[in-house]
Design a protein around this ligand. Structure first.
Ligand code: CTP
Length: 403
Protein backbone atom coordinates (compact mmCIF):
# COMPACT_ATOMS: atom_id res chain seq x y z
CA UNK A 1 0.00 0.00 0.00
CA UNK A 2 1.22 3.48 -0.83
CA UNK A 3 1.77 6.19 1.76
CA UNK A 4 -0.44 8.28 -0.50
CA UNK A 5 -3.39 6.02 0.26
CA UNK A 6 -6.18 8.08 1.82
CA UNK A 7 -4.26 11.35 1.46
CA UNK A 8 -6.09 14.44 0.21
CA UNK A 9 -4.06 15.89 -2.63
CA UNK A 10 -4.78 19.27 -4.17
CA UNK A 11 -3.22 19.33 -7.62
CA UNK A 12 -2.52 22.76 -9.10
CA UNK A 13 -2.21 22.72 -12.88
CA UNK A 14 -0.71 25.74 -14.63
CA UNK A 15 -0.57 26.71 -18.30
CA UNK A 16 2.32 24.91 -19.93
CA UNK A 17 2.37 22.17 -22.54
CA UNK A 18 3.16 19.61 -19.81
CA UNK A 19 -0.36 20.24 -18.49
CA UNK A 20 -1.52 17.35 -20.69
CA UNK A 21 0.51 15.09 -18.37
CA UNK A 22 -1.65 16.23 -15.44
CA UNK A 23 -4.23 13.71 -16.68
CA UNK A 24 -1.76 10.84 -16.17
CA UNK A 25 -0.70 12.30 -12.86
CA UNK A 26 -4.28 12.42 -11.55
CA UNK A 27 -4.82 8.83 -12.67
CA UNK A 28 -1.67 7.60 -10.93
CA UNK A 29 -2.50 9.45 -7.70
CA UNK A 30 -6.04 8.05 -7.69
CA UNK A 31 -4.63 4.55 -8.29
CA UNK A 32 -2.44 5.01 -5.22
CA UNK A 33 -5.60 5.57 -3.19
CA UNK A 34 -5.32 9.38 -2.90
CA UNK A 35 -8.32 11.70 -3.00
CA UNK A 36 -7.52 14.26 -5.67
CA UNK A 37 -9.02 17.68 -6.31
CA UNK A 38 -7.71 19.86 -9.12
CA UNK A 39 -7.35 23.61 -9.27
CA UNK A 40 -6.25 25.09 -12.60
CA UNK A 41 -5.05 28.49 -13.73
CA UNK A 42 -7.23 29.95 -16.51
CA UNK A 43 -4.48 29.38 -19.11
CA UNK A 44 -4.04 25.71 -18.09
CA UNK A 45 -7.51 25.10 -19.55
CA UNK A 46 -6.03 25.79 -23.03
CA UNK A 47 -3.85 22.70 -22.64
CA UNK A 48 -6.07 20.19 -20.86
CA UNK A 49 -9.80 20.33 -20.25
CA UNK A 50 -11.36 20.51 -16.79
CA UNK A 51 -13.71 17.74 -17.97
CA UNK A 52 -10.77 15.34 -18.44
CA UNK A 53 -9.39 16.11 -15.00
CA UNK A 54 -12.75 16.02 -13.23
CA UNK A 55 -13.56 12.66 -14.86
CA UNK A 56 -10.24 11.19 -13.75
CA UNK A 57 -10.26 12.70 -10.26
CA UNK A 58 -14.02 12.07 -9.78
CA UNK A 59 -14.19 15.56 -8.31
CA UNK A 60 -15.21 18.99 -9.54
CA UNK A 61 -12.31 20.98 -11.00
CA UNK A 62 -11.86 24.58 -9.87
CA UNK A 63 -10.35 27.37 -11.93
CA UNK A 64 -11.94 30.64 -10.87
CA UNK A 65 -13.28 32.27 -7.73
CA UNK A 66 -16.83 31.86 -9.07
CA UNK A 67 -18.31 29.79 -11.82
CA UNK A 68 -19.01 32.45 -14.48
CA UNK A 69 -21.37 30.25 -16.49
CA UNK A 70 -23.72 29.80 -13.57
CA UNK A 71 -25.18 33.06 -12.24
CA UNK A 72 -26.25 31.35 -8.99
CA UNK A 73 -22.78 29.96 -8.53
CA UNK A 74 -21.19 30.10 -5.14
CA UNK A 75 -17.80 31.45 -4.38
CA UNK A 76 -15.11 28.78 -4.68
CA UNK A 77 -13.54 28.85 -1.29
CA UNK A 78 -9.77 28.66 -1.66
CA UNK A 79 -9.29 28.49 2.12
CA UNK A 80 -11.52 25.43 2.35
CA UNK A 81 -9.73 23.74 -0.55
CA UNK A 82 -6.33 24.38 1.00
CA UNK A 83 -7.38 23.19 4.44
CA UNK A 84 -8.83 20.03 2.89
CA UNK A 85 -5.44 19.20 1.38
CA UNK A 86 -2.84 17.03 3.11
CA UNK A 87 -0.47 18.15 0.38
CA UNK A 88 -0.55 20.67 -2.44
CA UNK A 89 1.25 19.71 -5.64
CA UNK A 90 1.74 22.25 -8.41
CA UNK A 91 2.50 20.31 -11.60
CA UNK A 92 3.30 21.53 -14.10
CA UNK A 93 4.54 24.72 -12.48
CA UNK A 94 5.33 27.41 -15.05
CA UNK A 95 7.92 30.15 -14.53
CA UNK A 96 5.06 32.65 -14.36
CA UNK A 97 3.16 30.87 -11.58
CA UNK A 98 6.34 30.10 -9.63
CA UNK A 99 7.37 33.74 -9.74
CA UNK A 100 3.93 34.79 -8.50
CA UNK A 101 4.07 32.16 -5.73
CA UNK A 102 7.48 33.48 -4.67
CA UNK A 103 6.17 37.02 -4.48
CA UNK A 104 2.75 36.56 -2.94
CA UNK A 105 0.69 37.49 -5.98
CA UNK A 106 -2.85 36.22 -5.74
CA UNK A 107 -4.57 36.93 -9.03
CA UNK A 108 -6.12 33.51 -9.60
CA UNK A 109 -7.68 30.72 -7.53
CA UNK A 110 -4.58 28.49 -7.65
CA UNK A 111 -2.40 31.25 -6.18
CA UNK A 112 -4.97 32.04 -3.51
CA UNK A 113 -4.96 28.34 -2.58
CA UNK A 114 -1.17 28.41 -2.36
CA UNK A 115 -1.22 31.42 -0.04
CA UNK A 116 -3.82 29.73 2.19
CA UNK A 117 -2.08 26.34 2.27
CA UNK A 118 -0.91 25.02 5.64
CA UNK A 119 0.14 21.65 4.23
CA UNK A 120 3.44 20.80 2.48
CA UNK A 121 3.66 22.31 -1.00
CA UNK A 122 5.52 20.50 -3.80
CA UNK A 123 6.13 21.98 -7.22
CA UNK A 124 7.34 20.41 -10.45
CA UNK A 125 8.77 23.11 -12.73
CA UNK A 126 8.16 22.87 -16.46
CA UNK A 127 9.69 25.41 -18.83
CA UNK A 128 12.08 25.88 -21.70
CA UNK A 129 15.79 25.43 -20.99
CA UNK A 130 16.73 29.12 -21.18
CA UNK A 131 13.89 30.07 -18.86
CA UNK A 132 15.00 27.31 -16.49
CA UNK A 133 18.60 28.55 -16.51
CA UNK A 134 17.66 32.21 -16.16
CA UNK A 135 19.01 33.82 -12.96
CA UNK A 136 15.50 35.07 -12.16
CA UNK A 137 14.20 31.50 -12.19
CA UNK A 138 17.10 30.34 -10.01
CA UNK A 139 16.26 33.15 -7.57
CA UNK A 140 12.58 32.11 -7.65
CA UNK A 141 13.47 28.50 -6.80
CA UNK A 142 15.72 29.65 -3.98
CA UNK A 143 13.04 31.88 -2.54
CA UNK A 144 10.32 29.25 -2.83
CA UNK A 145 12.53 26.59 -1.23
CA UNK A 146 13.49 28.96 1.59
CA UNK A 147 9.76 29.16 2.43
CA UNK A 148 9.73 25.38 2.86
CA UNK A 149 8.26 24.49 -0.53
CA UNK A 150 9.66 21.32 -2.02
CA UNK A 151 11.00 21.32 -5.54
CA UNK A 152 10.64 18.23 -7.73
CA UNK A 153 13.57 18.71 -10.11
CA UNK A 154 12.87 19.11 -13.79
CA UNK A 155 14.38 16.53 -16.12
CA UNK A 156 16.80 16.83 -19.01
CA UNK A 157 15.35 16.05 -22.44
CA UNK A 158 13.59 17.30 -25.51
CA UNK A 159 11.44 20.35 -24.86
CA UNK A 160 8.36 21.69 -26.64
CA UNK A 161 10.58 24.23 -28.44
CA UNK A 162 12.50 21.36 -30.02
CA UNK A 163 15.58 22.29 -28.00
CA UNK A 164 17.22 19.80 -25.72
CA UNK A 165 18.08 20.69 -22.13
CA UNK A 166 16.80 20.86 -18.58
CA UNK A 167 13.28 22.11 -17.95
CA UNK A 168 11.05 19.15 -18.83
CA UNK A 169 8.58 18.41 -16.08
CA UNK A 170 9.45 15.19 -14.25
CA UNK A 171 7.31 12.33 -15.58
CA UNK A 172 4.09 11.63 -13.63
CA UNK A 173 5.44 8.32 -12.24
CA UNK A 174 8.62 10.10 -11.11
CA UNK A 175 6.56 12.79 -9.40
CA UNK A 176 4.51 10.15 -7.58
CA UNK A 177 7.69 8.28 -6.46
CA UNK A 178 9.21 11.58 -5.34
CA UNK A 179 6.15 12.33 -3.19
CA UNK A 180 6.12 8.81 -1.71
CA UNK A 181 9.83 8.88 -0.85
CA UNK A 182 9.71 12.37 0.57
CA UNK A 183 6.72 11.55 2.79
CA UNK A 184 8.28 8.25 3.91
CA UNK A 185 11.58 9.79 4.90
CA UNK A 186 9.83 12.40 7.05
CA UNK A 187 7.55 10.01 8.93
CA UNK A 188 8.07 10.28 12.71
CA UNK A 189 8.42 6.53 13.34
CA UNK A 190 10.68 5.81 10.38
CA UNK A 191 13.29 3.17 11.30
CA UNK A 192 11.54 2.26 14.58
CA UNK A 193 10.73 -1.37 15.22
CA UNK A 194 7.41 -2.13 16.87
CA UNK A 195 6.20 -5.35 18.42
CA UNK A 196 2.44 -5.48 19.01
CA UNK A 197 0.28 -8.27 20.40
CA UNK A 198 -3.43 -8.40 19.66
CA UNK A 199 -6.57 -10.48 19.94
CA UNK A 200 -7.49 -13.35 22.24
CA UNK A 201 -5.67 -16.61 22.85
CA UNK A 202 -7.35 -19.99 22.63
CA UNK A 203 -6.31 -22.64 25.17
CA UNK A 204 -7.16 -26.13 23.99
CA UNK A 205 -9.27 -28.44 26.16
CA UNK A 206 -9.43 -31.25 23.61
CA UNK A 207 -9.13 -31.41 19.80
CA UNK A 208 -12.39 -29.50 19.29
CA UNK A 209 -12.81 -27.23 22.32
CA UNK A 210 -10.93 -24.34 23.84
CA UNK A 211 -11.08 -21.63 26.49
CA UNK A 212 -11.08 -18.21 24.87
CA UNK A 213 -12.39 -14.68 25.35
CA UNK A 214 -14.31 -11.99 23.46
CA UNK A 215 -11.33 -9.92 22.32
CA UNK A 216 -11.75 -8.90 18.67
CA UNK A 217 -8.16 -7.71 18.15
CA UNK A 218 -9.43 -4.36 16.82
CA UNK A 219 -7.37 -2.21 19.19
CA UNK A 220 -4.07 -3.98 18.48
CA UNK A 221 -4.69 -4.04 14.73
CA UNK A 222 -5.50 -0.30 14.78
CA UNK A 223 -2.24 0.43 16.62
CA UNK A 224 -0.26 -1.74 14.19
CA UNK A 225 -1.76 -0.04 11.14
CA UNK A 226 -1.33 3.45 12.57
CA UNK A 227 2.31 2.80 13.54
CA UNK A 228 3.05 1.50 10.04
CA UNK A 229 1.41 4.58 8.49
CA UNK A 230 3.80 6.66 10.62
CA UNK A 231 6.76 4.79 9.15
CA UNK A 232 7.41 2.06 11.74
CA UNK A 233 8.40 -1.51 10.95
CA UNK A 234 5.70 -3.49 12.67
CA UNK A 235 5.52 -7.12 13.80
CA UNK A 236 1.97 -7.91 14.87
CA UNK A 237 1.53 -11.12 16.84
CA UNK A 238 -2.13 -11.93 16.73
CA UNK A 239 -4.31 -14.55 18.34
CA UNK A 240 -7.28 -15.91 16.36
CA UNK A 241 -9.33 -13.06 14.88
CA UNK A 242 -11.45 -12.45 11.81
CA UNK A 243 -9.68 -9.17 11.08
CA UNK A 244 -7.74 -8.49 7.90
CA UNK A 245 -4.86 -6.06 7.73
CA UNK A 246 -5.37 -3.07 5.47
CA UNK A 247 -1.69 -2.24 5.53
CA UNK A 248 0.89 -4.47 3.89
CA UNK A 249 3.76 -2.78 5.76
CA UNK A 250 2.74 -4.78 8.84
CA UNK A 251 4.17 -8.29 9.23
CA UNK A 252 1.64 -10.49 10.95
CA UNK A 253 2.42 -13.64 12.92
CA UNK A 254 -0.57 -15.80 13.68
CA UNK A 255 -0.62 -17.69 16.96
CA UNK A 256 -3.31 -19.55 18.84
CA UNK A 257 -2.30 -20.10 22.46
CA UNK A 258 -0.67 -17.99 25.16
CA UNK A 259 2.41 -20.23 24.97
CA UNK A 260 2.78 -19.61 21.23
CA UNK A 261 2.32 -15.85 21.75
CA UNK A 262 4.99 -15.94 24.48
CA UNK A 263 7.47 -17.70 22.14
CA UNK A 264 6.81 -15.31 19.26
CA UNK A 265 7.07 -12.19 21.47
CA UNK A 266 10.42 -13.36 22.88
CA UNK A 267 11.74 -14.18 19.42
CA UNK A 268 11.32 -10.55 18.28
CA UNK A 269 11.73 -8.55 21.50
CA UNK A 270 15.51 -8.16 21.27
CA UNK A 271 15.22 -6.19 18.05
CA UNK A 272 12.27 -4.12 19.20
CA UNK A 273 12.28 -0.41 20.09
CA UNK A 274 8.68 -0.18 21.24
CA UNK A 275 6.49 -3.07 22.40
CA UNK A 276 2.75 -2.63 22.91
CA UNK A 277 0.97 -5.63 24.39
CA UNK A 278 -2.74 -5.25 23.80
CA UNK A 279 -3.65 -8.95 23.52
CA UNK A 280 -6.18 -10.43 25.89
CA UNK A 281 -4.01 -13.37 26.88
CA UNK A 282 -5.60 -16.25 28.79
CA UNK A 283 -4.35 -16.25 32.38
CA UNK A 284 -5.01 -20.00 32.71
CA UNK A 285 -4.93 -22.99 30.39
CA UNK A 286 -6.18 -26.54 30.89
CA UNK A 287 -3.43 -28.48 32.66
CA UNK A 288 -3.97 -31.44 30.35
CA UNK A 289 -5.18 -31.35 26.77
CA UNK A 290 -7.23 -34.46 26.06
CA UNK A 291 -6.00 -36.21 22.94
CA UNK A 292 -9.52 -37.33 22.00
CA UNK A 293 -12.81 -35.41 22.17
CA UNK A 294 -14.07 -35.50 25.76
CA UNK A 295 -17.29 -37.52 25.89
CA UNK A 296 -20.37 -36.35 27.77
CA UNK A 297 -20.73 -38.51 30.89
CA UNK A 298 -21.28 -37.16 34.39
CA UNK A 299 -23.43 -34.23 35.54
CA UNK A 300 -20.35 -32.19 36.25
CA UNK A 301 -16.95 -31.98 34.65
CA UNK A 302 -13.96 -30.50 36.42
CA UNK A 303 -11.14 -28.99 34.44
CA UNK A 304 -7.87 -28.33 36.15
CA UNK A 305 -6.22 -25.11 34.99
CA UNK A 306 -2.60 -24.03 35.13
CA UNK A 307 -1.40 -20.42 35.06
CA UNK A 308 0.04 -19.25 31.73
CA UNK A 309 3.25 -17.26 31.60
CA UNK A 310 2.68 -13.51 31.74
CA UNK A 311 4.21 -12.31 28.47
CA UNK A 312 4.21 -8.64 29.43
CA UNK A 313 5.81 -9.23 32.82
CA UNK A 314 8.45 -11.49 31.27
CA UNK A 315 9.40 -8.77 28.78
CA UNK A 316 9.47 -6.22 31.63
CA UNK A 317 12.07 -8.40 33.36
CA UNK A 318 14.45 -8.54 30.41
CA UNK A 319 13.88 -5.14 28.81
CA UNK A 320 16.90 -2.93 28.13
CA UNK A 321 16.29 0.04 25.88
CA UNK A 322 12.78 -1.01 24.87
CA UNK A 323 9.77 1.21 25.66
CA UNK A 324 7.23 -1.21 27.04
CA UNK A 325 3.49 -0.53 26.98
CA UNK A 326 0.83 -2.71 28.59
CA UNK A 327 -2.95 -2.63 28.70
CA UNK A 328 -5.10 -3.02 31.77
CA UNK A 329 -8.73 -4.01 31.53
CA UNK A 330 -10.38 -3.29 34.86
CA UNK A 331 -13.84 -3.31 36.36
CA UNK A 332 -13.11 -1.72 39.77
CA UNK A 333 -10.40 0.38 41.45
CA UNK A 334 -9.25 0.98 37.92
CA UNK A 335 -6.45 3.52 38.38
CA UNK A 336 -4.97 1.85 41.45
CA UNK A 337 -4.96 -1.56 39.76
CA UNK A 338 -3.43 -0.16 36.59
CA UNK A 339 -0.71 1.65 38.55
CA UNK A 340 0.11 -1.58 40.36
CA UNK A 341 0.37 -3.47 37.06
CA UNK A 342 2.62 -0.77 35.60
CA UNK A 343 5.01 -1.12 38.52
CA UNK A 344 4.85 -4.89 38.90
CA UNK A 345 5.45 -5.53 35.20
CA UNK A 346 8.15 -2.82 34.88
CA UNK A 347 6.31 -0.84 32.18
CA UNK A 348 6.89 2.61 30.77
CA UNK A 349 3.23 3.23 30.08
CA UNK A 350 -0.07 1.51 30.73
CA UNK A 351 -3.29 1.99 28.78
CA UNK A 352 -6.26 1.63 31.08
CA UNK A 353 -9.69 0.51 29.86
CA UNK A 354 -12.52 0.41 32.30
CA UNK A 355 -15.41 -1.88 31.49
CA UNK A 356 -17.56 0.56 33.47
CA UNK A 357 -17.04 3.18 30.74
CA UNK A 358 -19.58 3.29 27.92
CA UNK A 359 -17.96 2.79 24.51
CA UNK A 360 -14.96 0.92 25.92
CA UNK A 361 -14.15 -2.76 25.73
CA UNK A 362 -13.71 -5.76 23.52
CA UNK A 363 -16.04 -5.84 20.55
CA UNK A 364 -16.83 -2.15 20.06
CA UNK A 365 -15.30 0.05 17.38
CA UNK A 366 -14.71 2.70 20.03
CA UNK A 367 -12.65 2.85 23.16
CA UNK A 368 -12.12 5.12 26.13
CA UNK A 369 -8.65 5.05 27.56
CA UNK A 370 -6.62 6.61 30.31
CA UNK A 371 -2.85 6.67 29.90
CA UNK A 372 -0.87 6.21 33.08
CA UNK A 373 2.81 6.96 32.91
CA UNK A 374 5.81 5.65 34.80
CA UNK A 375 5.98 8.91 36.77
CA UNK A 376 2.33 8.54 37.82
CA UNK A 377 0.76 11.02 35.40
CA UNK A 378 -2.87 10.17 34.65
CA UNK A 379 -4.05 11.30 31.21
CA UNK A 380 -7.74 10.63 30.48
CA UNK A 381 -9.14 10.69 26.94
CA UNK A 382 -12.71 10.88 25.63
CA UNK A 383 -14.53 8.05 23.80
CA UNK A 384 -13.06 7.80 20.31
CA UNK A 385 -12.86 5.32 17.45
CA UNK A 386 -10.16 2.70 18.01
CA UNK A 387 -8.25 4.22 15.08
CA UNK A 388 -8.21 7.60 16.84
CA UNK A 389 -7.24 5.96 20.13
CA UNK A 390 -4.33 4.25 18.35
CA UNK A 391 -3.14 7.66 17.13
CA UNK A 392 -3.39 9.13 20.66
CA UNK A 393 -1.25 6.32 22.09
CA UNK A 394 1.35 6.68 19.35
CA UNK A 395 1.40 10.45 19.68
CA UNK A 396 2.25 10.09 23.35
CA UNK A 397 5.01 7.59 22.51
CA UNK A 398 6.47 9.85 19.80
CA UNK A 399 6.54 12.80 22.20
CA UNK A 400 7.98 10.88 25.14
CA UNK A 401 10.59 8.62 23.58
CA UNK A 402 13.33 9.42 21.13
CA UNK A 403 11.08 7.87 18.45
N1 CTP B 1 -0.69 -10.06 29.56
C1 CTP B 1 0.29 -10.84 28.99
N2 CTP B 1 0.36 -12.17 29.28
C2 CTP B 1 -0.53 -12.75 30.10
C3 CTP B 1 -1.54 -11.95 30.69
C4 CTP B 1 -1.59 -10.60 30.40
O1 CTP B 1 1.11 -10.32 28.22
N3 CTP B 1 -0.44 -14.05 30.34
C5 CTP B 1 -0.71 -8.61 29.28
C6 CTP B 1 -1.86 -8.10 28.44
O2 CTP B 1 -1.58 -8.16 27.08
C7 CTP B 1 -2.03 -6.68 28.96
C8 CTP B 1 -1.58 -6.77 30.39
O3 CTP B 1 -0.82 -7.96 30.50
O4 CTP B 1 -1.15 -5.81 28.29
C9 CTP B 1 -2.64 -6.75 31.44
O5 CTP B 1 -3.58 -7.74 31.24
P1 CTP B 1 -4.77 -7.90 32.28
O6 CTP B 1 -5.57 -9.11 31.85
O7 CTP B 1 -5.49 -6.61 32.46
O8 CTP B 1 -4.02 -8.16 33.62
P2 CTP B 1 -3.43 -9.39 34.30
O9 CTP B 1 -2.00 -9.13 34.53
O10 CTP B 1 -3.77 -10.65 33.56
O11 CTP B 1 -4.15 -9.33 35.71
P3 CTP B 1 -5.69 -9.60 36.11
O12 CTP B 1 -6.28 -10.49 35.05
O13 CTP B 1 -5.58 -10.24 37.41
O14 CTP B 1 -6.32 -8.24 36.17
Amino acid sequence: MSVLNGKNILLGVTGGIAAYKAAFLVRLLVKKGANVKVVMTPSAKEFVTPLTLSTLSKNEVFSSFTNEENENAQWNNHVELSLWADLFLVAPATANTLSKMANGTSDNLLLACYLSAKCPVYYAPAMDLDMYKHPTTAATFEKLNSFGNIQIPAAFGELASGLIGQGRMAEPDEIVSFLENDILKKLPLRGKKFLITAGPTYEAIDPVRFIGNHSSGKMGFAIAEAAAMLGAEVILISGPTALKLENDFVKIIHVTSAAEMYEAAHEYFDHTDIAILSAAVADYRPSEVASEKIKKKDQALTLQLTKTKDILASLGEIKKKQFLVGFALETENEKENAKLKLKKKNLDLIVLNSLRDKGAGFKTDTNKITLITKDNKVLPFTVKSKKEVAKDILEYIIEHTNA
